[in-house]
Ligand binder design. Structure first.
Ligand code: B12
Ligand code: SF4
Length: 453
């Protein structure tokens, strides 16, 4: 039997920021040894739509849904079984079943071998869902399927899943629930040792899940002398012991969700905790004092935002010498509290923006309160161009305490700024997937219900 893993790309071009998709390393590690595996990643190469295989397994997020359904339809037309999994089909399994034979809802560890056995007998069930969330013990990430693919030198690794917060726009809480789980430390350390990686990216959505567990992780990886990057909640800045341990163990950059400079917006998005222990300026200084480069994430379009919010936020990020930023219009993802609120209030501009051929990447998909959707889209573009123009990159690089404090940091600062600048202009305004129509067409779908998992 042969299984083909596919990672479709959200657009019809190549991506400059592709990293190893860990979902397939997990599935490969669980697949019985008598099954032949191959893997194609459309961010790096064309997908062979005429490939001979017994089962196609596709990972999809909301942004890649349209393209993934187009790809799935090609294989199903040839009589090949298709199974999909990941965030988007977990929230909208009924939608995915229009294009796939089977959907894996949530984590796959407990159900994948059953999927493989059912596919062998051509008896796939429609939905596979674990009874409970799997403990993250003995996870084997089989990365041999990535051999020969030219991914970015930032190698992803995972310590845990889930987040203790519940920001209203974020898919994480809806996907994992309120429970967070970590892998045994000895397994994480052994895995990192086996990777010949210059930089590691901990893909955990919030590496600061529990103080003690974070301290144990930092202590365990300190002897490995690696350089690493993570996503972490801002409250770590107010814990000197943690911050010191984090920096000492090799953390050189952290993605922090600042989201907004408005206290009222933070309240609306259930993120008031982010500025409860001190100001953003204080938190930023603390990270930088420890040599941790900041990758700030901001969203625009909450109800307190006005036309001057874009420039003010960009100026704040430049003055704070942030290394990188994401400036995005809030984009309601199915399954989130924000999506349900906008849907209830009749503020969504598309029935399913992710499948709509009229939607373009970066475009506002709802009616903001104090501006038009077009002004929201353009405001984000302006904020990004202020932050990523060469004079700003140069100004931010003149920071001997952090951005330019070591050869690794200088490399990271310049490589990521230049990559981001080109990636953003490449993606903006593009349609998702290809222009070929989806069958069945979106218009034939029932109105999306209040999505619950
Ligand atoms: C690392 C990361 C990135 C990296 C790239 C990762 C890569 N491989 O190249 C970067 C930073 C570039 C990135 C970019 C983006 N990302 Co991202 N990313 C992540 C992150 C943090 C980790 C992904 C990962 O490796 N997870 C670990 C694996 C093991 O978990 P998993 O993928 O969920 O897989 C498990 C199950 O879902 C299931 N499964 C998954 N796929 C399949 C397929 C089959 C067939 C089966 C059976 C099972 C299965 O089995 C796996 C094992 O249990 C996730 C959040 C997260 N915690 O997953 C966000 C996340 C996936 N990203 C997200 C988004 C929105 C984006 C962007 C669209 C942002 C933007 N506006 O540009 C871009 C799009 C990139 C693209 N070209 O498509 C969202 C998606 C939300 C949604 N509803 O779809 C997430 C969930 C973050 C969030 N907080 O909401 N991302
Ligand atoms: S802190 Fe980050 S990962 Fe956690 S819920 Fe908020 S946005 Fe999502």
């Amino acid at each position: 039997m042969r299984i083909t893993f596919l990672r479709p790309h959200m657009m019809r071009d190549r991506s400059g920021d592709a990293m190893e998709p860990l979902a397939f390393a997990v599935l490969a590690g669980l697949t019985p040894l008598d099954v032949e595996l191959d893997f194609f990643d459309e961010r790096l190469e064309d997908l062979p739509l005429d490939h001979v295989t017994d089962l196609v397994a596709i990972t999809l997020t909301t942004y890649t849904a349209r393209r993934s359904y187009q790809v799935a339809s090609h294989f199903r037309k040839r009589g090949i079984q298709v199974v999909v999994g990941g965030y988007h089909p977990t929230f909208l399994p009924e939608e995915a079943l229009n294009y796939a034979d089977a959907v894996v809802v949530g984590d796959a560890e407990e159900v994948w071998t059953q999927v493989v056995e059912d596919a062998r007998r051509h008896r796939l069930q429609r939905i596979y869902k674990s009874e409970k969330q799997p403990a993250l013990k003995c996870l084997r990430f089989d990365r041999s399927i990535f051999a020969g693919k030219h991914y970015k030198p930032l190698v992803p690794a995972q310590y845990g899943r889930g987040c203790r917060f519940a920001c209203d726009f974020c898919s994480i809480r809806s996907f994992y629930g309120s429970h967070t789980r970590q892998r045994p430390l000895n397994e994480v350390v052994a895995e990192i040792e086996s990777l010949d990686a210059r930089y590691i990216l901990f893909i955990d959505d919030n590496l600061f899940s529990e103080r003690q567990k974070a301290l144990e992780l930092f202590a365990a990886i300190t002897p490995l002398k690696i350089k690493w990057v993570c996503q972490i909640s801002i409250d770590v800045a107010y814990d000197d012991v943690l911050l010191k341990a984090m920096a000492r163990s090799g953390c050189i950059a952290a993605l922090i969700g600042f989201e907004s400079l408005s206290a009222d917006n933070l309240h609306t998005m259930k993120k008031s905790w982010a500025h409860k222990k001190g100001s953003y300026a204080d938190a930023i200084r603390k990270f930088q004092e420890h040599g941790i480069l900041l990758w700030g994430s901001f969203v625009f379009g909450y109800d307190q935002d006005t036309l001057d919010t874009f420039d003010r936020t960009a100026e704040f990020a430049i003055a704070s010498k942030m290394t990188l930023v994401n400036f995005t219009a809030i984009t309601p993802m199915p399954g989130t509290t924000l999506y349900r609120r906008f849907q209830k209030d009749g503020r969504l501009l598309f029935a399913r923006w992710w499948l709509d051929p009229a939607y373009q990447y970066g475009q506002a998909v709802f009616r903001p309160k104090n501006m038009t959707p077009e002004q929201l889209t353009e405001g984000c573009v302006r904020a990004r161009s202020l932050f990523y123009r060469y004079s700003s990159i140069f100004k931010r690089s003149l920071d001997w305490q952090c951005n330019s404090s070591s050869p690794d940091r200088i490399f990271f600062f310049w490589a990521t700024n230049l990559l981001y600048k080109s990636e953003l202009s490449r993606k903006m305004g593009k349609i998702l997937g290809s222009s070929e129509p989806l069958y069945p067409a979106v218009e034939s779908f029932p109105v999306l219900d209040q999505v619950t998992k």
